[in-house]
Design a protein around this ligand. Structure first.
Ligand code: GDP
Ligand code: MG
Length: 755
């Protein structure tokens, strides 16, 4: 099959065009070794099917970012039959910079002038014919969004792909034309493909080329010794870039005709930015938008109507609709309604299956299928609707160009912690679910910054950890008659955020050191997001979630089920006898380890329940409270789960039975919040990080949670221990400062002689 590659700047509309071309045939994977999406599909409307590949968005072909290296290597090594260079026509000059580089490669090419609908709407004009003459490749005006011009584009592309094409350069009359043509001749003689491209890159001192063609590079050095430009001296890379822009302004920019010959004009985008990226209002506006998004996704009381409505105004009580739309607190938000819908479906499946198996199959088999397999799967699945809804809102914000602005406004604050503004997005997503949040870290350019961010994402307490908070906080209020539950919940969120900030600063000044990459980013103009792209995006996420997380979830729920329902002698145990299970045995074994956290040996013989609940939380955090329910029965209490939807009663029973203290309960919550997250999140972290940092990430989670739990328990139980911790923290900070000073000094002394 012949291959076309789509190349262009970020946000020029590549993916939109790709989706329009390939439709349902698209397949998304990763480029080997890096977490950059690779999209492939087939276009079927030409004489023969054409494989289409969406290259990562790039501004140039220099090897500075993974995206650039991928795109460049693909074009040079895989030699597509044609490059479709997509150009954002509303931003012509900047986009043509890449075009002038692609032109130098000996591969057939067409230019797709995209976003022509927007250009026309502004009242501007672009003369495609003039451009075509200057560029010497077909230029077709299209709108990927509206679907206009695409057929013509592909027909002309198909024809062009059948002809050979030799690279041409806009640098032909530049100051550096002599070395470029000499090098091109030398490389051509050696049968190097695309000699012109390699020659220009050699002149630019491109590190890859220097390595591959050391002989020829000598020529550049020779030439350099006798050369000096007024502005750039002998910086050939800068000279080449400057020549390209000059050429573009002089020859190509004329093709762009502004309405009424206006020069500078505030576009709608610029006007919107005056408000949305305002120095003072930018952040409050953003927080308000986030509030709305989370409210739409997670709120049980969507319209704030719970108390406002007169009694019985809409009475769903007792009807089937109550389970779907209503709750005791009001009308549910769209996200909750979807989740309810799914729960109704999965609930009836579970019911049907257990009904069919009861009596007909062995007790252990019923337990395995209903509690082990279906229970575990459905528990995780129940989060999918809200994850998708959240993702949908974020995609809309991202697609519209707003998220780029948010990263920009927050960059100043984040820099203080050693992160760039882009790290913000994944963190806020973490409050919904760590999995999409971790995937979202792909927008971070620096690998160490990315690793640090992935590690702290679970500290932004996700939706599944909320039940732990509500149940235990409720239990505390019930049993000890203190404080109010909301205050505890709120404080725990703060504990998570503070832990994240502290550990990020620690990592960025020790093992994850590195310059925070400067925030260079073109702010794309605002676009109305499109439904089709959104749908494809969500479908990708859905597949990713279901595939990656569920394989591992299924295996682990089955495993835990066996461990909790079989004794060491391999006898089946019903729920009430879990105390003799392998899992309980393991729990008792590790229980002493948690003594410093307050839920270890001091709790005595029944204390293992907390440890076991935490272990089951490794599969899905909802399990912690679900396990409380099961264990309440083991502890010899009559417990009816249906009468206790929030788990408050189960928590109260556990408190009563074990004699655990308030500081230990808070420590238990904090431990669960900051320790190794659920299996699905762990699997995601594994996929997103390299092997080594993944292993250390597990250690990091364990150490952090243990430390945070210990500090909370000890300080909460004996306030004066706070001084010990303060002294330790001071010593640690001092140590790091001294170490870093020494390190910097050493670095300077080894670097100095080179200059
Ligand atoms: P990519 O980064 O190159 O893959 O760009 P995308 O395909 O994600 O598009 C970036 C933004 O431009 C999206 O919001 C699209 O809806 C928008 N867009 C793409 N093509 C067009 C077009 O032809 N006209 C207009 N007005 N917007 C477009
Ligand atoms: Mg894209």
């Amino acid at each position: 099959m012949i291959k076309f590659a789509l190349a262009g700047n970020p946000n020029c509309g590549k993916t939109t065009l790709f989706n329009a071309l390939t439709g349902a045939t698209a397949h998304v994977g990763n480029w080997p070794g890096v977490t950059v999406d690779k999209r492939e599909g087939v276009y079927k409307k030409c004489a023969e099917p054409i494989a289409v590949l969406d290259l990562p968005g790039i501004y140039s072909l220099s090897p500075y970012t993974p995206e650039e290296v991928i795109a460049r290597n693909y074009i040079l090594d895989e030699k597509p039959d044609l490059i479709v260079n997509i150009v954002d026509a509303t931003n012509l000059e900047r986009n043509l910079y890449l075009t002038t580089q692609l032109m130098e490669i000996d591969v057939p090419m067409v230019v797709a002038l995209n976003m022509m609908d927007a250009v026309e709407k502004n009242g501007d004009k672009i003369d495609a014919k003039t451009l075509e003459d200057k560029l010497a490749v077909p230029v077709v005006a299209i709108s990927a969004l509206k679907g206009t011009g695409i057929k013509e584009l592909m027909n002309r592309a198909y024809a062009a792909s059948k002809r050979k094409r030799e690279g041409i350069s806009v640098l032909g009359s530049s100051a550096l034309s002599k070395p470029i043509s000499d090098l091109t001749a030398a490389l051509a003689k050696k049968q190097v493909d695309s000699p012109l491209f390699h020659a220009v890159k050699l002149v630019e001192n491109d590190e890859i080329e220097i390595k591959n063609h050391p002989e020829e590079y000598k020529l550049v050095r020779e030439y350099k010794s006798g050369f000096s430009d007024d502005v750039f001296g002998d910086d050939f890379e800068a000279i080449v870039a400057d020549e390209r822009y000059k050429y573009i302004t002089k020859h190509f920019a004329q093709a762009f005709v502004r309405k009424d010959g206006e020069k500078v004009r505030l576009t709608k985008s610029d006007k919107a930015d005056k408000v949305l990226t305002h120095r003072i209002w930018g952040i409050p506006i953003f927080l308000a938008i986030m509030f709305v998004v989370f409210h739409l996704t997670f709120s049980e009381n969507f319209l704030f109507l719970a108390k406002a409505l007169p009694e019985g105004w809409v009475s769903l009580e007792g009807t089937w609709a109550e389970g779907l739309f209503g709750s005791a607190d009001g009308i549910a938000s769209p996200g909750v309604i979807l989740a309810n819908l799914l729960n109704l479906i999965t609930g009836s499946i579970s019911g049907a299956v257990s009904g069919a198996m009861q009596g007909a199959a062995a007790e252990w088999a019923t337990g395995l299928v209903c509690d082990g397999i279906l229970g575990g799967l459905f528990a995780v699945l129940s989060f999918l609707p809200q994850i998708l809804v959240l993702f949908m809102f974020f995609s809309i914000l991202e697609d519209s160009g707003y998220m780029a602005r948010v990263a920009f406004i927050l960059d100043r604050i984040f820099r203080k912690f050693g992160l760039s503004g882009r790290a913000f997005m994944p963190m806020i997503m973490g409050f919904g679910c760590s999995i999409p949040a971790m995937i979202n870290t792909r927008t971070l350019a620096d690998e160490k910054e990315r690793t640090a961010t992935v590690r702290v994402i679970p500290f932004f307490s996700c939706g599944a950890k909320l039940p732990i908070l509500t149940a235990i906080a409720g239990g505390i209020v019930q049993f000890f008659h203190v404080s109010n539950a909301d205050a505890i919940t709120y404080a725990m969120y703060i504990v998570g955020i503070v832990t994240a900030i502290v550990t990020v600063i620690l990592m960025r000044s020790t093992t994850m050191r590195g310059e925070t990459p400067p925030f260079i980013m073109e702010l794309p103009s605002y676009h109305a997001p499109q439904a089709k792209a959104l749908f494809i995006h969500l479908w990708d996420k859905l597949k990713h979630f279901v595939k990656k997380a569920f394989t591992i979830i299924l295996v682990s729920t089955i495993l835990i089920w066996f461990l909790s329902h079989f004794s060491f002698g391999w006898n089946f145990l019903p729920d009430e006898q879990m105390e003799s299970s392998i899992l309980a045995g393991l729990g008792k074994l590790v229980q002493p380890l948690f003594t410093p956290l307050g839920f270890g040996s001091q709790l005595g013989a029944t204390g293992w329940v907390f440890v076991v609940a935490a272990i089951t939380g490794l599969i899905a955090k909802e399990n912690v409270i679900a396990t409380f329910g099961v264990l309440a029965a083991c502890l010899g209490f009559a417990y009816d789960g249906d009468a206790d939807p929030n788990g408050v009663l189960a928590a109260t029973i556990m408190i009563q039975a074990t004699g655990i203290t308030i500081p230990a309960l808070i420590s238990f919550i904090a431990f669960n919040m900051t320790t190794i997250p659920c299996f699905a999140a762990v699997a995601t972290a594994k996929a997103e990080l390299d092997k080594r940092s993944f292993k250390w990430t597990l250690v990091f989670w364990l150490v952090t949670s243990y430390t945070v739990g210990t500090i909370i328990y000890l300080v909460g139980s004996w306030w004066w221990t706070v001084f010990i911790f303060l002294a330790m923290i001071a010593a640690a900070i001092g140590g790091i400062i001294v170490y870093n000073k020494k390190r910097d000094a050493k670095k300077l002394s080894t670097e100095a002689p080179i200059k």
